[in-house]
Design a protein around this ligand. Sequence first.
Ligand SMILES: [Zn+2]
Length: 365
Amino acid sequence: MQPEQSSILHASQAPLITVKGTHRQIGQQIGEACRDQVKHSLDSARRLLDSTFTDLELTWDGAIIQSRKYIPFAQERYPQYVEELQGMAEGAGVGFDDLAVLNAMEAVTMDALHLTKCTSFAVNQSLTADGSVLVAHNEDWLPEDENDVYMVHVEAEDEPPFLAMTYGGLLPNIGMNAAGIAQCCDSVYPTDSRIGIPRVIVSRAVLAAKTPEEAIRRMLSPHRAAGYNHLLAHDSGELYNVEVSARNFAILHGTDGVVVHTNHYLDPHMQAIENEPDELIDTRVRYFRTLRLIRQTSMHTVKTLQAIQRDHVNFPNSICNHAEKEDYPLDREKTINALVMDLTEKVIYLAWGNPCTNSYYTYYL
Ligand SMILES: [Zn+2]
């Protein structure tokens, strides 16, 4: 089968929701505007638990009980983002408990959801034709959630405005803010996860950071449940991979003007606590492929990064991911959107669905 035949062609661009106010009001406005997407994402999550019950033995009610253990940690450290979720529940007319499950899903399923296979990379002025800082991310997730993708432009009363991509009832965490901070999140698989602040909330907090230091501090919030790799870029050209787990971290700097990350740890100290590294093969293939493609061009532009995002080497587990035909429900994933952030111009170009078949549209911060 040709790659292009296995992906949806979207007739329009992903919706943009513009919101402003207190955290509660922001959540309410997103919930009202995206009621269908929020409800649909909850239905999909329920079906996912139903279809995996034989393995996970987790009902939706059981997942609610589990997620209730995590919320007090979020409430203590970041009450404003719990407020955003409460507002979203009110606006969309769904239960807060249900949204809490969705936002702590990776934790409550004990990371059996091995399906976030994202690819992130960034180049700074030393490798771009016009001196801009460019950040790219392919979001690989359950095919059912592709129709729930939207962009948000958020002006919280106490934070720099930000522009981010999200889907369904998840708090946004992949985007950039007016202070020049951009973040992409890639799943990693540490063995030291615990009950604490869910990753989605920790990474939402990063979008409010005003400096690289503050962003990293937020990634390393005390009592975090686990961690992502956070690809962090600053409009000065500073680039980092901050590899995080519940109790450990490594800060890797893009000294050569480039950073790449997929879903395995790069730092030896973090590799020591990686779960089943010999299962994490396609992520290594995507990592080296991306690095080589970046090095083949000396002067990058938005277009050259978009070309990398469409790459099909190692199909279907390619950078442009089409692996939705896998049999096991927890292993199906595909690229549900691809975005390039121009941190210098404060613009995001987003292709909704696989970037090999869908066009990029422009969103302004
Ligand atoms: Zn493709």
